[in-house]
Write a protein that binds this ligand. Structure first.
Ligand SMILES: [Zn+2]
Length: 373
């Protein structure tokens, strides 16, 4: 019996010393909790190792579409590109426009139709420049059927449809609708500017690059977005909205080779203990791409994330402005507070509840936008 405990103790000692070596290589200076020291008593050291392991194992890295940070920033800055006739309304409500920029992602837990509105898996149909792929919804339905289109994403037509609704809201001078539709349009436009929103390999799952979605659109802007150049000019009228939408989507799609190819190339030159780090988010410790790795990737892409963010901001402002002009450039004072219908109110409450509880999986095409990659 004594011999058994003696060998168990030795074994534990061995595991703890191994654990220390592995952890010090994995965490480097990024570890939030100090590693167990050799002077700790055996049971304390064992419990400590177990705690550290559990912390690292069970914390999933949250990843959001364009990152929630970037979605909010895009909507907020777009306000400052508007002409004075529109600026007052948008500026007075800039907190709403910023905070609710992420509502469409939250809605994925409540509404089955929501998911495909955020992307289009163009490579299911064609290769760049996709000259034969129908741009208009009716033509695309005729060629592929509505079910197929909904299965692989409908973001270009979602933007087009919402532009009609926003134009009508301006005509009706319906303040709530103008703000809600503007805010949500900002979200879908930003998504259309993300290369990984135009491919079925949306999270690198087909090329052994799982996690690249959040890496590109969350980690990079969250680390470096404060230093981007947001001097973008003024909102301009869009003559042919559907052409502009497709131009944006094809630009995104064209950039895919760079997004995937450069990360693959870079990962071959980084040891995995340098590629990842651990950071504290709120009360949890999460595994993230290390700052060095993120910086190197961003540099390789030569500022692509900044360019796509700028492109998103410009397009959001252009679309808001175009809808207003198409509505006859109405004076935005006075506006009317048209109350939500009972049905709309219930729907909104249900969406919020589902998001808060997140007991349901996300509906539709799984996308790593809300922390479930
Ligand atoms: Zn989205």
């Amino acid at each position: 019996m004594k011999a058994f405990f003696f060998s168990l103790r030795n074994r534990l000692r061995f595991y703890i010393s191994e654990f220390r070596i592995v952890m010090s290589a994995t965490c480097r200076s990024q570890c939030l909790l100090p590693l167990p020291t050799p002077s700790l008593k055996l049971p304390t050291a064992a419990a400590y190792c177990l705690l550290l392991t559990l912390l690292l194992l069970f914390q999933a890295q949250p990843a959001h579409a364009w990152g929630f940070w970037a979605h909010k920033r895009i909507n907020r800055i777009a306000v400052f590109l508007l002409p004075p006739e529109m600026m007052n309304l948008y500026k007075d409500n800039i907190d709403y426009i910023t905070e609710h920029a992420v509502d469409p992602d939250k809605r994925r837990y409540a509404t089955a139709d929501e998911a495909p509105r955020h992307y289009i898996d163009l490579d299911r149909y064609c290769t760049f420049p996709c000259a034969d792929f129908p741009r208009r919804w009716d033509d695309a339905v005729a060629m592929y059927s509505e079910d197929t289109l909904k299965a692989y994403g409908i973001v270009p037509w979602r933007i087009q449809q919402m532009m009609y609704w926003l134009t009508d809201a301006f005509k009706a001078k319906d303040k709530n609708k103008i703000l809600r539709l503007s805010t949500e349009l900002g979200h879908y436009i930003a998504d259309a500017n993300v290369p990984l929103h135009t491919t079925e390999n949306y999270n690198g799952q087909l090329t052994d690059q799982v996690g690249i979605h959040g890496f590109w659109e969350s980690r990079i802007p969250e680390l470096f977005g404060e230093d981007y150049d947001y001097f973008i000019g003024k909102a301009e009228f869009i003559q042919k909205p559907l052409d502009r939408i497709w131009k944006t989507i094809l630009e995104s799609h064209q950039a895919l080779d760079t997004v995937l190819g450069f990360e693959k190339q870079l990962s071959l030159t980084f040891a995995s203990d340098l590629k990842y780090a651990y950071e504290k988010r709120g009360q949890t410790v999460v595994r993230v791409y290390s700052q060095d790795y993120t910086k190197a990737y961003s540099k390789l892409m030569d500022g692509m994330v900044e360019r796509r963010m700028r492109s998103s901001i410009k397009m959001v402002a252009d679309v808001w402005y175009t809808c207003w002009v198409n509505a006859g450039s109405p004076k935005l004072n006075p506006l009317y507070d048209v109350p939500l219908s009972e049905e709309e109110k219930l729907q909104l409450e249900e969406e919020q509840r589902r998001w808060r509880e997140r007991t349901n999986p996300q509906h539709g095409h799984p996308h790593p936008e809300t922390g479930t990659e």
